[in-house]
Design a protein around this ligand. Structure first.
Ligand SMILES: CC(C)(COP(=O)(O)OP(=O)(O)OC[C@H]1O[C@@H](n2cnc3c(N)ncnc32)[C@H](O)[C@@H]1OP(=O)(O)O)[C@@H](O)C(=O)NCCC(=O)NCCS
Length: 194
């Protein structure tokens, strides 16, 4: 399947952060972020080695029909602050799943919620996806708070549904619909690009 031209990581200005396409030169900063205990515990990703990190990045550098990924960078410094992206994007079914992380040094400034909100607005504005799902471990309340702040509604508990650090744990499922009230004002430039 050819990648949908609309599933390209167009640069998005969200004020204090910018969402841009991943670059091969982001590997060192991404690998540094993956050393964090919270990332390893709750990221739900196999990121034990630098090769894992490289594979993770390569997936985000290559065009894909069902995936859309952005690096989140500090607008003032250009430093890598985090990641946001969609997988299992199915415009026919109108569905996608969102994933995100923030580098330890950039946490606590609202960046994850802002990035998730910005990415959702873009997806809703440019594709026929009208439902985005977000899964997080119930023991990871920070992720639950990000979901809430990014306009997601709690929908249920999925028992032993995902392996975290080798152990299957319960997750909460949250979702945001295209016509749900947006939680935050759009960042400058978003409306003109969507
Ligand atoms: C979860 C994560 C993305 C949050 O990133 P962030 O940029 O700090 O997120 P935000 O600043 O937008 O919001 C975090 C919210 O969680 C709250 N929070 C943080 N730790 C918390 C905890 N232990 N319990 C409850 N709430 C918590 C913060 O206070 C904040 O809410 P507030 O704005 O109402 O004060 C980041 O910690 C991370 O990358 N964790 C590891 C990977 C991960 O869990 N990814 C998500 C997988 S679904």
């Amino acid at each position: 399947m050819q990648p949908d031209p609309l599933l390209q990581p167009v640069e998005l200005d969200a004020g204090i952060v910018c969402l841009r396409a991943w670059r091969a030169t982001d590997l060192d900063d991404a690998w540094a972020a993956f050393q964090d205990e919270q990332m390893r515990r709750w990221g739900g990703l196999p990121l034990a080695t630098r090769e894992d990190a490289l594979a993770w990045l390569v997936r985000r550098l290559e065009p894909a029909a069902d995936r859309l990924s952005w690096a989140v960078v500090d607008a003032a410094t250009g430093a890598l602050a985090g990641s946001v992206g969609f997988s299992f994007v199915d415009p026919g079914e109108g569905q996608a799943m969102v994933g995100y992380w923030t580098a330890p040094a950039a946490r606590g400034r609202g960046l994850a919620a802002l990035a998730v909100d910005t990415a959702c607005r873009r997806l809703f504005a440019t594709t026929s996806v009208d439902r985005v799902e977000l899964f997080h471990a119930i023991a990871d309340p920070a992720s639950g708070r990000v979901a809430e702040k990014a306009g997601f509604t709690w929908e249920g508990r999925l028992r032993r549904s995902h392996r975290y650090d080798g152990v299957k744990l319960d997750q909460f499922l949250c979702a945001r619909l295209a016509d749900d009230p947006p939680p935050l004002p759009a960042g400058p430039g978003l409306s003109s690009r969507s």
